[in-house]
Design a protein around this ligand. Structure first.
Ligand code: URA
Length: 212
């Protein structure tokens, strides 16, 4: 078996384990684990915060109104949901959609780390402040981080953008900025492979610690 099909198989095994995970208390309140969907060899991966009510019921990330907007923005850059991979930081819904707690992130982050390692996307797009701050290991807000690519872990580029739910609340201005960020992703995927600038050693170390 080649390296690629090996990683597809290992991702399936990881999913099988995640679907019965009881590593944190969210296991008691969830309806379903929302592991992630899409192409296990995707070049583009999205990372959101945590499942909401619709996702908890259907077992798939971004299926509510925010997901529809995500599909629309993807369509505008000529891509479909089935070509990308979509996951969240947390795989289970926090009751009442409250913010994820540190112990829940700690219990769950190994799943996301392995998803990223196995899928090995060229571009990771974080959706919203929460996923962006966590993956870039920063306190800087999304408004200052979006609009440009960041050299990231394992040679991937990370492009932060707003959470689609924020665009649904914030109207045309936020949606317009998300459109710009999606166009940037498109251009990164179209550009001939670049010799990645080395990630600063300190930054890489911080990111490894986050995912270690
Ligand atoms: N919001 C998220 O961050 N993720 C989902 O899957 C749905 C809504």
């Amino acid at each position: 078996m080649g390296v690629v099909s090996d990683s597809v198989q290992i991702l399936e095994e990881l999913k099988t384990r995640a679907l019965v995970c009881t590593q944190c208390a969210l296991a008691e309140t969830r309806t379903q684990v929302v592991f992630g969907v899409g192409d296990p060899r995707a070049r583009l991966m999205f990372v959101g915060e945590a499942p909401g009510q619709n996702e908890d019921l259907q077992g798939e990330p971004f299926v509510g109104a925010a997901g529809k907007l995500l599909d629309t923005l993807l369509g505008e850059i000529g891509m479909q949901r089935s070509e990308v991979y979509i996951a969240n930081v947390l795989k289970c819904r926090p009751p009442g959609n409250r913010d994820p707690r540190p112990d829940e992130i700690e219990s769950c982050k190994g799943y996301l780390r392995e998803q990223i390692r196995l899928i090995s996307p060229e571009v990771v797009m974080t959706l919203g402040n929460f996923a962006t701050k966590l993956l870039l290991n920063t306190e800087t807000g999304i408004t200052r981080l979006r609009g440009r690519p960041h050299n990231w872990w394992l040679g991937a580029m990370l492009v932060p953008t707003f959470h689609p739910a924020a665009a649904l609340r914030g109207g045309d201005r936020v949606t317009g900025q998300m459109r710009e960020d999606f166009a940037l992703v498109r251009s990164l995927l179209e550009a001939p492979p670049q010799v990645a600038e080395p990630t600063e050693p300190d930054l890489e170390a911080a990111q490894m610690e986050l995912f270690g």
